[in-house]
Design a protein around this ligand. Structure first.
Ligand SMILES: Cc1cc2nc3c(=O)[nH]c(=O)nc-3n(C[C@H](O)[C@H](O)[C@H](O)COP(=O)(O)OP(=O)(O)OC[C@H]3O[C@@H](n4cnc5c(N)ncnc54)[C@H](O)[C@@H]3O)c2cc1C
Length: 406
């Protein structure tokens, strides 16, 4: 039984396209299967992309890619009932991350891939996978395809791993991401953009929200853990609308999307490779949410590029059990290093109500500082009092502080 390609990639998002671009540049015969009518059709809405990986994939991307705005201003907003703490940091001219609209961006990246020779089959839904004759057979709505190596780039549901019995559905390890694109009159010059990170606006949920400035729209969204949704003051379906209204953002809603976000943390990552099979991007669980940044796009591009390089090595060796090379290369790259670095903050954010507790302590502390009565205490006395009220020992607070800055 012959194979249809050296490599088949399932999923035409950032990780799949990056794997495809790299593999065709390496001279491999590659087919990519995407269920959407075009790349980006299922990736609506926007986000913020740290562009270092993209610049490795396409060195002149800054001049050609449909990026929205460079993020030059970071604003953090903490809400605790009737109190609010805001701080901003601005760095004019900074070009480290950009706001992007995925429908536009993914479509552009797919056209780059096709011009390099990647064969993309759109409207092709992979419905099953099984092992056969030293390779993997993929059943789709448009027929059956076989390859000795498959790259699973299907996002958080990792369909190929699941069909092969290598993954369980693990929503307890996912976050719910909800986003809207809102038409807006942006009053910034075109080389400026703002990323707002917002915590504590919706009571009960574990997670936070964001607002990114695009050219003439805003990406407004929230990422919250599934297990905290029952405690939310707002039902999941109204989360982003309520969040936007509380922020006072008005305008025509151009898009709405809801999507699961993998949130395993470094020490709980799922199986990343098996014989004939590699997972990249969200399918591998590569997501960092350390309280300051949500990052999946740069990890998706970088892991896809590594998978493309590994595919070349494995095809040359003609040994499709050697997918462990992928893990070795990931360990050398920033992908696993950054995930490991972010782990202490991952644990901190996930421990009970830690984030909310400290936010409230900070707000109360500031409130006391700005209140004058006859009973005035020192800052440290106030801090100790607030910690005691929340049932947090000083040792625990110091430990948490160390985790936060690690
Ligand atoms: C609300 C929210 C906010 C986010 N914000 C940011 C941010 O600001 N910055 C950042 O870096 N990251 C952010 N992320 C994470 C980022 O979007 C992901 O990490 C990234 O998109 C992963 O890319 P991927 O290619 O691995 O997966 P995806 O983008 O999910 O692509 C998977 C592709 O596979 C296709 N597919 C799925 N199943 C099948 C099938 N059976 N057959 C064929 N095709 C299939 C899908 O149609 C899709 O095109 C955010 C995510 C969410 C949900």
């Amino acid at each position: 039984m012959s194979f249809d390609a050296d490599v088949i990639i399932v999923g035409g998002g950032l990780s799949g396209l990056s794997a495809g671009i790299t593999a065709v540049k390496e001279g491999l015969n590659v087919i990519l299967l995407e269920r959407g009518e075009y790349s980006g059709a299922k990736n609506v809405s926007g986000g913020r992309m740290y562009i270092h990986a993209l610049q490795k994939l396409i060195p002149d991307a800054l001049e050609r890619a449909p990026l929205e705005r460079p993020i030059t201003k970071e604003t953090y907003e903490f809400y605790c009932k009737n109190k609010k703490l805001i701080f901003s940091f601005e760095e004019k001219g900074k070009k480290n991350s950009y706001s992007v609209l995925r429908a536009k961006f993914d479509r552009w990246l797919a056209s780059e891939a096709e011009s390099l020779g990647l064969l993309i089959s759109y409207s092709t839904l992979v419905t099953n996978a099984y092992r056969e004759n030293g390779g993997i057979t993929l059943e789709t709505n448009r027929g059956t395809l076989r390859a000795p190596l498959v790259i699973d780039a299907s996002g958080v549901t990792s369909v190929v791993f699941r069909y092969l019995g290598l993954r369980n559905f693990t929503p307890d390890k996912w976050m719910l991401g909800v986003k809207e694109i809102v038409k807006a009159n942006v009053s910034l010059s075109e080389d400026e953009g703002e990323a707002r990170t917002i915590v504590g606006l919706i009571n009960g949920v574990k997670g936070g929200g964001f607002v990114y400035t695009n050219k003439d729209t805003l990406s407004v969204g929230m990422a919250v853990t599934f297990d905290s949704l029952p405690k939310s003051e707002v039902p999941a379906k109204d989360l982003v609308e309520n969040f936007r209204e509380k922020l006072g953002i008005e305008g025509e809603i151009l898009e709405y999307s809801a999507h699961a976000i993998p949130y395993y943390g470094f020490k709980n990552l799922q199986q990343l490779y098996a014989d004939n099979l590699i997972a990249v991007g969200d399918s591998a669980g590569f997501l960092i949410n350390d309280g300051f940044t949500i990052r999946g796009m740069d990890l998706a591009i970088a892991s896809g590029m590594i998978a493309g390089l590994v595919a070349k090595k494995i095809v040359e060796m003609k040994d499709f059990t050697k997918t462990n090379i992928y893990y070795d290369m990931l360990k050398e790259s920033f992908v696993l290093k950054h995930l490991e670095l972010a782990y202490s903050r991952f644990e901190l954010i996930n421990r009970g109500t830690t984030l909310n507790n400290y936010t409230e302590i900070l707000c109360d502390l500031l409130s006391d500082m700005f209140t004058v009565t006859e009973d005035r205490k020192t800052l440290i006395e106030y801090a100790l009092l607030k910690l005691k009220e929340k049932g947090i020992s000083l040792t625990q607070a110091i430990r948490d502080m160390v985790s936060a800055v690690k």
